[in-house]
Write a protein that binds this ligand. Sequence first.
Ligand SMILES: *Cc1c(COP(=O)(O)O)cnc(C)c1O
Length: 460
Amino acid sequence: MDTIIEPFRIKAVEPIRMTTRAERTRLIRDAHYNLFALHADDVLIDLLTDSGTSAMSAAQWSGMMRGDESYAGSPSYHRFEAAVQELMPFEHVIPTHQGRAAERILMGIVAGPDAIIPNNTHFDTTRANVESTGAEAVDLVIEEGLDPAAQHPFKGNMDLDRLDALLDEQGDRVPLVMLTITNNSGGGQPVSMANVRGAHTICARHGVPLFIDACRFAENAYFIKQREPGYADTPVADIVRELFAHADGMTMSAKKDGLANIGGWLALNDDAWAEEARNQLILTEGFPTYGGLAGRDLEAIAVGLTEIVDEDYLEYRIASTRYLGRALIDMDVPIVQPVGGHAVYIDAKAMLPHIPPLDYPGQALAVALYVAGGIRGCEIGSVMFGQQADGSEQPAQMELVRLAIPRRVYTQSHVDYVIECIAAVNADKASLSGFAITEAPDQLRHFTAHFAPLGESAFA
Ligand SMILES: *Cc1c(COP(=O)(O)O)cnc(C)c1O
């Protein structure tokens, strides 16, 4: 059969509160046109993020009842550790409350004012944790990774020649190299096994460890199975093991491919770094066998890790993201191609060429999608990245609206509804106008900025 079904039935449901267009017009105005300021129950289809929004399985919920809340040595920790090491055979597994806590602890140990940390593309919290130590975060993704329209099966790949050159010239300043799979900031694009292997070889030659930012490791492994010669018949779990065999450590947000609502970890082989990390962990996260998590959270992650490498799940997951992307391509809505794992990114600059970048075409589109159908996406463009340290403003490289797909949450008819709403906005796109920022903090303004429309719009 050609129809790919959701490989699950639904046992518990969460009602969606329906709203009218008139209500949404008022609600978004009251939120100063900032989608982060909306109450989530005023949103019909919430595609703000795939982070921490997964639906847990019956097995995960029953695992939560088994959660042991002992302060030290909880059996839940040992089940969590075993589940991690089953896929990622690192010596030390250190739980944290989120991925960024693992990043902060790691960078606190290895980075500092003279350090350089290369990555394919730093995720924003990773970059912030590198830079907050005074170190420099350098992005070395291949050129195709910066072009929304370029077709390449592994647009998340690191440019290995530039990595090699950087390590040749300034290797003594590089305490470790990171590789983000899939490349979130680059559109959820995968990294090939050959690229991970190549990066590891170069790192090993320079005596520099390679760490994987592994948030969407299972989606990445599934892309390798689909796209990289030689892996079509390899079980995803084996691809995952091979990926991590090429690394010296990892950071992880269990809110993504851990299928959990909270959690993360740092895993590594180096004994001395691990000891320092555990000392840091105790300061801000907790004792090394819980690290800021409840025992029940550790159980949810342990079960989630067995479910995330299930190939029926991954086939459905990647197919449902592709389904949304294909529908948009078919109606000539410009998107980042090929479609990545966890999200579809609409290219608002190409869709709304009449709105200049600093009138925020991504914000205009995101607001229109909310007014049209109660859909909440996320602007990733000049609102998020335009603010410079000196207070000036520069257009971002791309003006995108990200529609991130929560795992196991929405059905195909929800996605069909999203497609219909985008079609309605697309049909009237010439009527959209830009926005001005009327109030903003000095940093990370996208979370709290206030906006005002710059003109009339059919969707404001
Ligand atoms: C989400 C994410 C992080 C940070 O994880 P949190 O759990 O949100 O702190 C780091 N890197 C990537 C690639 C991510 O997607």
